[in-house]
Write a protein that binds this ligand. Structure first.
Ligand code: AMP
Length: 300
């Protein structure tokens, strides 16, 4: 099995209290796909500009990531500039240069249209709907979005929500979407909009999974080394969806295990800039940290 992701591939300029990097590989599809590749094959639909280094494309391919759906367009690659203070949970966006992303119109290649597992990263909900119209009969569709779309395209977003199984968002997005400050009530309201499963990411405080089965909480790993939180959310989604696709999961116990695997992968991402830590990740390290995660809240 494999997973299809539609999202951004970017060159980022990042500043954290621990250093500064310019023009490093970023974007939701980049983090997602390398994270997911630990468990399954990945197919990306995205766009890059003429300035995008071939070395990055070769790196993706070396991780069993299919780039057939990645278009090289005239112009520059999408660029995001962000700065983090000592509260590493929220970045300050210094600049967003859409460049070739401005006219991004995702076309799902024929050999991608039968995918069972689909992740719609944070892009315009109209484009997300467009993607859903091009995939045949997916088993699990997961979605990410952000406050900007909740505020500016609420009707389109509601239509997407009716067609997805899993919504992966953060705390403030959940509250804003539901127009309800109390998180458990907000979760119920959001699930009534369509998704059977809602995952609320709470940065260093972990992730909550809401389903008809109740609430499940997975902590974040208490790390000594956090260098750059960029990509934590997309790596979480990649670990989660990769685990689901790789193990063909459709039951709630499997979803809970997938949440913990998502948290495990995200905990590695933040240990270095860009995907630098992710590309070094070994199977044994994932397993060791998974066991350490289980110990975090085990009472025996
Ligand atoms: P995350 O930290 O997981 O929320 O995602 C970080 C990545 O999202 C960065 O590498 C950025 O390049 C990318 N990004 C930031 N803003 C946007 C946007 N408006 N649309 C698509 N991707 C974005």
């Amino acid at each position: 099995m494999s997973v299809l992701v539609v999202g951004s591939i970017a060159l980022d300029d990042i500043e954290t209290p621990f250093g500064k990097r310019e023009g490093i590989l970023g974007g939701s599809a980049s983090y997602f796909s390398i994270a997911a590749s630990n468990f399954t094959g990945v197919k990306i639909v995205a766009v890059v500009g003429e300035d995008f280094p071939d070395d990055h494309l070769k790196m993706f391919e070396s991780y069993n990531i299919n780039l057939h759906g990645v278009k090289k367009a005239q112009g520059k690659t999408f660029r995001w500039q962000g700065r983090y203070g000592y509260d590493l949970n929220e970045p300050l966006t210094l600049g967003t240069y859409l460049n070739v992303f401005e006219t991004f119109d995702p076309v799902i290649p024929d050999d991608y249209s039968q995918e069972d597992y689909v992740f719609l990263a944070n892009i315009d909900p109209e484009l997300q709907l467009n993607v859903l119209d091009q995939v045949k009969a997916p088993k699990v569709v997961a979605l990410d979005t952000m406050n900007y779309w909740i505020e500016n395209k609420p009707l389109e977003l509601k239509k997407v929500l009716e067609r997805v199984n899993v919504l992966i968002v953060n705390d403030s997005e959940t509250r804003e979407l539901a127009k309800e400050p109390r998180i458990t009530r907000a979760a119920r309201i959001v699930m009534d909009m369509g998704p059977e499963v809602l995952i609320v990411k709470r940065g260093e405080y972990g992730a909550l999974l809401f389903s008809r089965d109740g609430i499940f909480w997975a902590p974040s790993y208490p790390l000594e080394e956090v260098v750059d939180p960029t990509g934590a959310g997309d790596s979480f989604a990649g670990g989660f969806m990769g685990y689901i696709a790789g193990n063909e999961i459709q039951d709630i116990v499997g979803f809970k295990k997938a949440v913990v695997h998502g948290s495990v992968i995200a905990s590695f991402t933040v240990e270095d800039f860009s995907v630098d830590r992710l590309v070094l990740l070994k199977k044994e390290e994932i397993e060791t940290r998974y066991q350490a995660f289980l110990k975090l809240s085990n009472l025996d």
